[in-house]
Design a protein around this ligand. Structure first.
Ligand SMILES: Nc1ncnc2c1ncn2[C@@H]1O[C@H](COP(=O)(O)OP(=O)(O)OP(=O)(O)O)[C@@H](O)[C@H]1O
Length: 312
């Protein structure tokens, strides 16, 4: 299947410095893709290449199979980067009409009202953008990026600086755009919780390279090494942890007796050992309240990679 966005071994030098060192990732239609990385990792440079503002030194970047930077690629692409780019004195409707003309796809009044409805601003069509809250401006900017019905949407920190309830609305909108309209949404973000909530897949860029990529479920299970977390009712008595610590194949992690009330974490040699772990704990007198799969959160994955390297 053709990828909506395909970035393949892209390199880029700026001012004699190697900024991108072979960046590769793909985004499919209907997906929300999280593009992550610490400051200076090269996200904006990669986004500029996708928007056609920079050409790669080597490698290839395409939007719906068309080379980034070509008019054909641009027609498939909507974006909100570097602020919302709205005209404060123009009404919401006029802002959209203006951008539709830039895309050489003049939009009918019906189309403009339809897109404003999608971002829940239909009743503010005649209000100047300057009267809108930050969250409403961001939704109007997203509407603007959708006016020519692109297949791909690229958003740089779309919820930065908006209040929590407006963030929820924007996330819901992005999910709707991907799931119900089948568009590919690439979202750069420093907010791991947000990415974990709405993204299907991620790429973590670090020092100009993708150091982690894939579906969040797979990454979490893989980096958590298939472990399990067992929660108990009250502190774990010595006899209980002693019973499971005596079985190296159970893979008891840490020293639970040092932290009264902490859950017991295991990375068993074989997932089939989980019922044996539960039985051993119960027989030793533990009152188990929950057994959970112990994958890593995205934030834990991110910090384990970035911190590990910084301290190396
Ligand atoms: N036009 C330019 N000329 C020279 N160097 C640049 C240029 N643009 C960016 N850089 C450098 O490239 C590196 C990567 O920057 P980039 O903006 O792509 O990172 P980023 O991942 O988007 O970071 P942030 O999260 O802070 O936005 C930085 O060291 C930056 O100083």
């Amino acid at each position: 299947m053709e990828h909506a966005i395909a970035v393949d071994a892209v390199t880029k030098k700026l001012d004699g410095r190697q900024i991108l060192r072979g960046v590769t990732f793909e985004v499919g239609k209907g997906q929300v893709f999280g593009f992550l990385g610490p400051n200076g990792a090269g996200k904006t440079t990669t986004i500029r290449i996708m928007l056609g503002l920079f050409a790669p030194d080597s490698g290839r970047a395409t939007i719906m199979g068309q080379d980034c930077g070509t008019d054909r690629a641009r027609q498939y692409l909507g974006f909100v980067v570097d602020g919302d780019g709205l005209y404060d004195n123009a009404t919401a409707e006029d802002n959209l009409a203006y951008f539709a003309r830039i895309y050489q796809r003049p939009a009918s009044r019906e189309r403009i009202r339809e897109v404003l409805g999608l971002v829940d601003l239909a009743d503010r069509a005649d209000s100047p953008a300057g009267t809108f809250s930050k969250g409403m401006r961001q939704r109007l900017a997203i509407a603007r990026s959708l006016i020519h019905d692109p297949d791909v949407l690229i958003l740089d920190e779309p919820t930065s600086g908006v209040d929590p309830s407006a963030q929820i609305e924007i996330r819901q909108l992005l999910l709707d755009i991907a799931r119900n309209q089948g568009k590919a949404v690439l979202l750069s973000s420093h907010n791991m919780d947000e990415v974990q909530r709405i993204c299907d897949r991620i790429a973590l860029l670090y020092k100009g390279e993708v150091v982690l990529s894939g579906s969040l479920d797979e990454l979490s299970a893989h980096m958590g090494r298939g472990g399990v977390v067992v929660r108990t009712d009250g502190p774990v008595p010595q006899a209980v942890w002693g019973a499971v610590a005596a079985r190296p194949d159970f893979g008891l992690a840490g020293e639970p007796w040092r932290e009264p009330g902490a859950p017991l974490e295991f990375t068993p040699a074989d997932p089939a050992l989980v019922p044996d772990i539960v039985r051993s704990l119960t027989e030793a007198g533990a009152r188990i309240t929950a057994v959970e799969r112990g994958g890593m959160s995205l934030e834990e994955m991110y910090t384990s990679i970035v911190r590990r390297d910084r301290t190396a």
